[in-house]
Design a protein around this ligand. Structure first.
Ligand code: 5AD
Ligand code: SF4
Length: 457
C-alpha cells in the first residue's frame, strides 16, 4: 500500500476514542501518517456513533461535507466510516448515496490496510463482521490527541445486557474480555510514558472476566491500582444489577482508585426499568447507592438518565425526578429517548411519548440536576482536594484546569504548574459545573492520603 496521510474524526463515547487509538496504531504500523486536519489527509475516517438519532444525524452531515470536499478536490481522497454506524447502514452508505468508499465495523480494524488497498484499486470496501473474540489485545494504541496525562484503556468489548432501548449489542456484538496481562502491560507502558490518570473502559465492566487467569473485574481493578501508586484509576461503566461489593472495599482501601462511580440508573421507576430490561428495582438501586456511600465515605456518584421512554407516565417521570433528588448525583448525563432500529423497544413498544413531552421532562430533569449540583458544589467551599492538573483552562492560559479525585472540574488562577502535577487545593468558589480553588501545595496521592484528615467530608 502506498504511504498516505490519514485523519480520524471521532464521535460518541470514550470507547470510540479508544478505538480510534487502535486504528491509529494499525495504520501507522502500515506506514501511514496521522494528520490533524482533514484538509491535509489522503484518507478521512469518521468514527461513528449510533446511540441516539441526533448522534447519527451529526455524522451524516459531516459525511456530506466530506463528500463535497472530495468532489472539489477530485477523486484523490478516500472517505471511510468506522465504528457503530458501519454495521447498521452500510448499504445505505455504499449503494444508495455513494457517500463513502470504505465501511469498517468495530471488530474489523485489523483488516483496514487490506480494505484500503481494495479502495486503491477502484472498488468500494466493506467489513462489518462482528467477532466473538477480537479484543485487539496485542495492539498498542497510539494516543495522538491526549493531554499526556489522562488515558483510556479498553478492558472488554461488546455487551450482552440487551437493555431494550440500546443499540450497542447490535453495533458492537457480544461481550468479551481482554486478557489481564495485556491490560497490565498497557498500564505499565502508560506509566512509563508519564500518564497519571487511566480510565478502564467497557460497555459493561462488571462482567469483565479473564478465564485464563480467573480474574474478575474487582481483582483487575486491584491489580491496576498496584501498577503505580501515583496513577489514579477510574472505570466506566458498571451496571447496577451486579455491582461487586468487594470492589467498593477495594476502592475505599486503595488511595489511587478514585472515589467516583458512574452508575447509570436510566429511570427511577421499577415498571419503566422492567420495560427497559434493566433487572433491578428502584429500591435495589437506591440500596446500592447507599451501600456505596456507606463503604466509601465521600464517594461521588454520577448517572445516565433517559427521559420519555415508551409508555412513560407523568408519575413514572416524577419517580425519576425523586430518585435523582434522593441520590444527589454529582453529575448526570441526561437524554431524551430516541428509538433505535432492531432494539427490543422498537419491536415491542410504541415510542409514544410526544416529542414536546419528552423535551419538557428532560428539561425538568436537567434543571433539577443543575440545582442539586449547585447545592453540592456550594458545600465544597473550604474543603481540600487533590487535583490532577490537565493543562491550561479553555478560557485562559493564565488559568489551569484539572479534576478532583471525585471527578469535579477545578479551575485555578495560576499557570505555574504543569499538566500531570498533583496539587492540594482548597475550594473557594463554585458554579453548578465547576469548582474554583487556591493551591495549598504541590502534593502526591500518597502524601495527600496521609494528611486526609484535613479533608472535611
Ligand atoms: N435513547 C436515549 N438514550 C440512550 N442511551 C442509550 N440508548 C439510548 C436511546 N435509545 C443512553 C443511556 C446510556 C447512555 C450511554 O446513553 O442512558 O447509559
Ligand atoms: Fe446499552 Fe445496556 Fe449495554 Fe449499556 S449495558 S451499552 S445501556 S445494552
Amino acid at each position: 500500500m502506498k504511504p498516505r496521510n490519514f485523519y480520524i474524526e471521532t464521535y460518541g463515547c470514550q470507547m470510540n476514542v479508544s478505538d480510534s487509538e487502535i486504528v491509529n496504531s494499525i495504520l501507522m504500523e502500515n506506514g501511514m501518517e496521522p494528520v490533524d486536519e482533514p484538509g491535509e489527509a489522503d484518507v478521512i475516517f469518521v468514527n461513528t456513533c449510533s446511540i441516539r438519532e441526533n448522534a447519527e444525524s451529526k455524522v451524516w452531515n459531516r459525511l456530506h461535507q466530506f463528500k463535497s470536499m472530495q468532489e472539489e478536490m477530485g477523486e484523490n481522497i478516500t472517505v471511510g466510516v468506522l465504528g457503530c454506524m458501519a454495521e447498521r447502514i452500510r448499504d445505505k452508505m455504499l449503494e444508495k448515496k455513494q457517500l463513502v468508499d470504505l465501511v469498517v465495523g468495530p471488530d474489523a480494524y485489523r483488516d483496514l490496510p487490506k480494505l484500503l488497498q481494495k479502495v486503491d484499486s477502484g472498488q468500494k470496501a466493506v467489513n462489518v463482521q462482528l467477532s466473538l473474540e477480537e479484543t485487539y489485545a496485542d495492539i498498542k494504541p497510539v494516543r495522538t490527541s491526549t493531554n499526556g496525562v489522562s488515558a483510556f484503556v479498553t478492558i472488554m468489548r461488546g455487551c450482552d445486557n440487551m437493555c431494550s432501548f440500546c443499540v450497542v449489542p447490535f453495533t458492537r456484538g457480544r461481550e468479551r474480555s481482554r486478557p489481564v496481562e495485556s491490560i497490565l502491560d498497557e498500564l505499565k507502558q502508560l506509566r512509563d510514558q508519564g500518564y497519571k490518570e487511566v480510565t478502564l473502559l467497557g460497555q459493561n465492566v462488571n462482567s469483565y472476566y479473564d478465564e485464563e487467569s480467573d480474574t474478575s473485574f474487582a481483582e483487575l481493578m486491584y491489580k491496576a491500582s498496584q501498577v503505580d501508586p501515583e496513577i489514579r484509576f477510574r472505570f466506566s461503566s458498571p451496571h447496577p444489577k451486579d455491582f461487586p461489593e468487594e470492589l467498593l472495599h477495594i476502592i475505599n482501601e486503595q488511595p489511587n482508585l478514585c472515589n467516583y462511580i458512574h452508575i447509570p440508573a436510566q429511570s427511577g421507576n421499577t415498571d419503566v426499568l422492567e420495560r427497559m430490561r434493566r433487572p433491578y428495582t428502584r429500591e435495589e438501586y437506591l440500596a446500592l447507592t447507599e451501600k456505596m456511600r456507606d463503604i466509601i465515605p465521600g464517594v461521588s456518584l454520577s448517572t445516565d438518565i433517559i427521559a420519555g421512554f415508551c409508555d412513560e407516565t407523568e408519575e413514572e417521570h416524577r419517580d425519576t425526578m425523586s430518585l435523582m433528588r434522593k441520590v444527589q448525583y454529582d453529575q448526570a448525563f441526561m437524554f431524551a429517548y430516541s428509538e433505535r432500529g432492531r432494539t427490543l423497544a422498537q419491536r415491542k413498544y410504541e415510542d409514544n411519548v410526544p416529542e414536546d413531552v419528552k423535551k419538557r421532562r428532560l428539561n425538568e430533569i436537567i434543571e433539577q440536576q443543575m440545582n442539586i449540583q449547585e447545592q453540592l458544589n456550594k458545600q465544597e467551599v473550604g474543603r481540600r482536594h487533590l487535583m490532577l492538573v490537565e493543562g491550561p483552562s479553555k478560557k485562559s492560559d493564565q488559568q489551569l484546569c484539572g479534576r478532583t479525585d471525585t471527578n469535579k472540574m477545578v479551575i485555578l488562577d495560576r499557570n505555574d504548574f504543569e499538566a500531570g502535577d498533583y496539587l492540594e487545593v482548597e475550594i473557594r468558589d463554585y458554579t453548578a459545573a465547576t469548582l474554583f480553588a487556591d493551591v495549598i501545595e504541590k502534593s502526591s496521592i500518597q502524601e495527600f492520603n496521609t494528611t486526609r484528615e484535613k479533608v472535611v467530608v
